[in-house]
Design a protein around this ligand. Structure first.
Ligand code: CP
Length: 305
């Protein structure tokens, strides 16, 4: 794997499993080798981020790399420089790898074409298309709690249609042969077929939650909706919020994930976030090790063009 663009386009199931194993080994194995010593990784975040940007930065530095956090707002992007020109400019300064978050679907593919094989691109989220490292860290967190993914019922609830996390979660969980995948949300926020990839659709959250082993809650991606289509908050919580009442009815052992950032008392209540079932902090911690594994894999597959 030279570039990580999406789970579907960049990874085979064996490679997914190898990345998850390596991430777990980095987390649990003690000494960490400087696998990216003498490398420079540039973080280009054209959209806001807390978790993804900081965890990639930490991951790269823990592997011995130097990192460059380009402030897009203060960069020459504001003077009209294209993504390709920005990447090639940094590549001339011997940047070995780029972590890219961008609002445009397909920007990481454009970036991969711009840098060729001399540097690598890791997609840190492009529009509503893909967020592959979030999908992988979610799978890692689920594996931490369940031995047999084939026996699981996983429910993803929220604004599925605009969610790059939902797409990447569905893709990685399909590759790992999860037992049952269910998606739930208002009809207008559910995909017809293309991204559902065999997932069963629901617009009744209580029905979807019956017998669930894993519940993944998603926020409404207001930045990708026009104002008229944003559901009213209190009605949304009643129908699709993971409230204390719904928490109490989950089966014992069920875990709750959320990629963050969360909108408390909208899609998930504070009491649920504070409960033992909620593994959001584990997701964030796993994200650092998973991103170390991804950067190491991309860095190791270097070639000159
Ligand atoms: N989950 C996620 O991508 O969070 P950030 O937007 O904070 O990076």
């Amino acid at each position: 794997m030279r570039h990580l663009i999406s789970i579907e386009d960049s990874l085979q199931p064996m490679e997914v499993m190898a990345l998850l194993d390596h991430a777990r080994q980095l987390r649990d194995g003690g000494v960490i080798e400087p696998l990216l010593a003498d490398s420079t990784i540039a973080l280009l975040f054209f959209e806001p981020s807390t978790r993804t940007q900081v965890s990639f930065d930490l991951a790269a530095r823990r592997l011995g790399a130097t990192t460059v956090n380009l402030s897009i707002a203060h960069s020459s992007t504001s003077k009209g420089e294209t993504l390709t020109d920005t990447l090639q400019t940094l590549q001339s300064m011997d940047v070995d790898g780029f972590v890219l978050r961008h609002g445009e679907v397909g920007a990481p593919l454009v970036a991969a074409r711009a840098v060729g094989q001399r540097s690598f691109i890791v997609n840190a989220g492009d529009g509503s298309h893909a967020h592959p490292t979030q999908g992988l860290l979610d799978a890692m967190t689920i594996q931490d709690h369940f031995d047999d993914l084939g026996a699981l019922r996983v429910v993803i609830c929220g604004d599925i249609i605009h969610s790059r996390v939902a797409r990447s979660d569905i893709a990685v969980l399909n590759q790992l042969c999860v037992g049952q995948l269910h998606i739930c949300g208002p009809q207008a926020l559910l995909p017809e077929t293309d991204m559902a990839l065999g997932a069963t659709r629901h617009d009744d959250f209580d029905e979807a939650l019956e017998d669930a082993d894993v519940v993944i809650m998603l926020r409404m991606q207001k930045e990708r909706m026009d104002a008229a289509s944003i559901p009213e908050t209190s009605g949304y919580r009643e129908k699709f919020g993971l409230t204390e009442r719904r928490l109490e009815r989950l089966k014992p052992g069920c875990i709750i994930l959320h990629p963050g950032p969360a909108n408390r008392e909208v899609e998930i209540d504070s009491a649920v976030m504070a409960s033992a079932a909620c593994k959001m902090r584990e997701q964030v911690r796993n994200g650092v090790f998973l991103r170390m594994a991804v950067l190491a894999a991309c860095g190791a597959s270097g070639a000159s063009d």
